[in-house]
Design a protein around this ligand. Structure first.
Ligand code: ADP
Length: 405
């Protein structure tokens, strides 16, 4: 089965093609047979499309005023030029889309129908940077491959079974009924990490209690009990929760009211301040990148040190909050850019939980080994680094939906 995965964001579009043979899904991710990415941010004058297949790489410029054509350009590289891997696009069996917001209606990946599209459109107000890009991708595939089934894999779906005590905000209940509730995000990654953790630990996921830490530019945690996300740090939007690269995470909401009253901020300015100018970038004043923070701590930069200490403080506070929803902790899982690569972050976060007996092997930790247990033998809590594979997780969901049909 050939599965095309489209992961469209506000400023980028990543795509991969997987070829799965036989009647069983491989337990580990196979290499995609083709990969493409468009970056719309590197230049104002053009977007850059990079493609990798057959051991070849190509790169081309795209017109930023014709973003809708981006998907067709990407697909052309499947059947033409050095990266040609298919005779015809009709060889694709199913297309899976990462969709950031699925609202309250979806707790599973779902086949895209006109109702599903209408729902994604209706949710644009909640995901203004992402849902329009997803719809563009879905409609482009409808035009190019009208007979191929499409599947939406929602970032929110995994958290949809979260108990209402966590999902409802303590504001007048009528707002919950109008959709203001905690949805949670990064669900595809948290679910993948939980499943991979179960594989690595050699235990059924339904028997485990886990905390997964997705620490990339966006950061979130999930408390996973018997395979179900029972709590997570992101909420109504991906702004809630931990301190992130450029996002503030949770702050006292009265700060917003103060900024509006006293400094005449409008909604757009507040959105920009909290989403683009805060977090690590807001504290260092220079960069949102954890590598910058670590390098500048070495040079004695006090703001970098403060950004690191704050990041760890919020991470530990978040892990503590997740612990409150479990009855024991079998494993703490670190994933995404910072989680997978930053030994000092893992070390500092784990030190906060030594009272649980949790101990990491610092030598192992320093090497950031992928898909590996880095806890000491006597630690009752396992600590795992897992390379998150959102695209493969989406492909797996597509495979299951096609098989079950
Ligand atoms: P996104 O959420 O955009 O997918 P990533 O998962 O790629 O982001 O994570 C980006 C973050 O990972 C950045 O803060 C970056 O500094 C951090 N990162 C990547 N490599 C390293 C590294 N070797 N050491 C520390 N941090 C790293």
């Amino acid at each position: 089965m050939k599965i095309l995965v489209l992961n469209a964001g506000s400023s980028s579009q990543k795509s991969s093609l997987y070829h799965v043979e036989g009647n069983t899904l491989p337990s580990q991710r196979p290499e995609p047979i083709w990969e493409a990415s468009i970056d719309w941010t590197a230049s104002n004058d053009f977007g850059t499309l990079k493609v990798k297949a057959n051991g070849n790489k190509t790169e081309m410029k795209l017109d930023p005023n014709k973003r809708v054509e981006g998907v067709s350009k990407v697909l052309e590289t499947l059947t033409e030029g050095d990266t040609k891997i298919l005779e015809e696009l009709s060889e694709i069996d199913v297309v899976g889309h990462r969709v950031v917001h699925g609202g309250s209606d979806y707790s599973e990946a779902t086949r895209i129908t006109s109702e599903v599209k209408a729902k994604i459109e209706q949710l644009i107000t909640l995901a203004p940077n992402h849902n329009p890009a997803h719809l563009e991708g879905i409609e482009a595939i409808e035009r190019l491959l009208p007979d191929v089934p499409q599947v939406a894999v929602f970032d929110t779906a995994f958290h949809n079974k979260m108990p209402r005590s966590s999902a409802v905000y303590p504001i007048p209940y009528e707002w919950f009924e109008k959709g203001i509730r905690r949805y949670g995000f990064h669900g595809t990654s948290h679910k993948y990490c939980a499943q991979r953790a179960a594989q690595l630990l050699g235990k059924p996921l339904e028997s485990l209690q886990l905390i997964t830490c997705h620490l990339g530019n966006g950061c979130s945690l999930a408390a996973i009990r018997d395979g179900i996300s029972v709590d997570t740090t992101m909420g109504f939007t991906p702004l809630e929760g931990l301190m992130m690269g450029t996002r503030s995470g949770s702050i006292d909401p009265a700060i917003l009211i103060y900024l509006m009253w006293e400094h005449k901020f409008n909604a757009e300015q507040l959105y920009h301040l909290l989403n683009k100018e805060s977090g690590i970038k807001g504290i260092t004043g220079k960069s949102s990148d954890m590598r910058y923070v670590l390098e500048h701590i070495e040079k004695g930069d006090e703001r970098a040190k403060l950004a690191f200490d704050m990041f760890i403080h919020h991470l530990k506070t978040g892990i503590g909050a997740m612990l409150g929803n479990l009855t024991r902790l079998d494993a703490l899982v670190f994933s995404a850019g910072i989680g997978e690569h930053s030994a000092p972050v893992r070390e500092a976060a784990c030190q906060g939980f030594e009272f649980l007996g949790l101990k990491i092997d610092l030598e192992k930790d320093a090497k950031s080994p992928v898909d590996t247990d880095i806890s000491t033998e006597d630690s009752p809590v396992r600590v795992l680094i897992i390379h998150t594979e959102e695209d493969w997780a989406i492909a797996s969901e597509c495979w299951q939906i096609v098989q079950s049909n």
